[in-house]
Design a protein around this ligand. Sequence first.
Ligand code: MN
Ligand code: MN
Length: 461
Amino acid sequence: MKENIWSKYNDDDIMTLNEICDEYRNFISKSKIEREVVKNSIKMAESVGFVNLNKYIENNIKLTSGDKVYINNRNKSIGLFVIGKEDITKGINILGAHVDSPRLDLKASPLYEDTDMAYLDTHYYGGIKKYQWVTLPLALHGVVVKKNGDVVNVVIGEDESDPVVGITDLLPHLGQEQMKKEASKVIEGEKLDVLIGSMPIKNNSKEEKDLIKKNILNILKNKYDIEEDDFLSAEIEVVPAGHARDFGLDRSMIMAYGQDDKVCAYTSLKAFLDVDNVERTTSCILVDKEEIGSVGSTGMESSFYEDALREICSLLGHDEVTALSRTLSNSFMLSSDVNAAYDPLYSEVMDKRSASYFNNGVVFCKYTGSRGKSGSNDADAEYIAKLRKIMDDNKVNFQISELGKVDAGGGGTIAYILANKNVNVIDCGVGVLSMHAPWEVTAKADIYEAYKCYVAFLKDA
Ligand code: MN
Ligand code: MN
């Protein structure tokens, strides 16, 4: 462990740090799921002059230095670009983060009634400890798309006047057998059903079946104009209800849902929007589906980002077949993703010399993976040397670490995917405590240093 960086800060640092963290707390409270992040990111980008790339493509308008464009991929991932003065085939500077987080998704036919109680059936998404999701106030976020294409946006449980929903657990008095189970089985996946009602509909007919469920359907019809069948074409995510909070009596930390990886997504986006008038083209990618392997059309494995880059090359007059591969191979990327911060309560899985620490700055992670670095992107020493210089020149406090002890476990990020396209990539982000838990904790000083790091990278890489 190096030095706690709070002791290095002057009043100006602390003022900027607090501004950034207040904005972040506000952003993440309103951006709990990937669709909300994308919508709010587009709002922020358009307010400073970004234009949908499709407008350029459809009207065959050439791009020039200083132009700001974005591509919205199915409302779940987004790529943004500021065109630089230098020829694009000399490479671009990319910040990439993911905007999906572990949660519970509603199944396609979720609503059922049992013993005069109405439930929503779920299938968990990403790596969770299932026992953490019971007896919490939960909210419903997402969309219902009707057959005519109308999109109904759903957010229930966030407004102070909204009801919340939740998952019950067994009382300790009757939990003797349950408490003998191993932690992965204490609460099983099929038991993560959300209790949403217990009041029967006013019954005018002789009918007596599923009156609780019918009442819920009645409420959904009146409030959202949704029928039961509409759940077939819906994406509703169950997430912890409530906003992000300052954490600690000294307010040095933030507690929020989904900081993996929205803490890096927000700081990346903010840095990207703040860096103007660039030499090299800069880009920010916010992608979906990292928590389940970056798969599908909205994950990093999708070709959407490369396709956008190819369009941009073409609109800059580079129609030669080599343009895209030259651009990619000359590009630099920070895969901005969170790292497991050292937790003294769980020191047994951490290597003290290679761990990342709260309030020690932004974390670079040369390789992730597990069992002998398997599945990892292993960043080049040459690239790390270049970044060390940029960080030192810009007075960014950073640490280099790996995730946990050798063979204690492991994980992955989107880093390897762009590395496979021959981009220079390293993981770089903010340390998190209680990662993947409903409420994760970060340190404000690390958030501030991540922002500074991303600004320095975009300007100087
Ligand atoms: Mn992550
Ligand atoms: Mn994760």
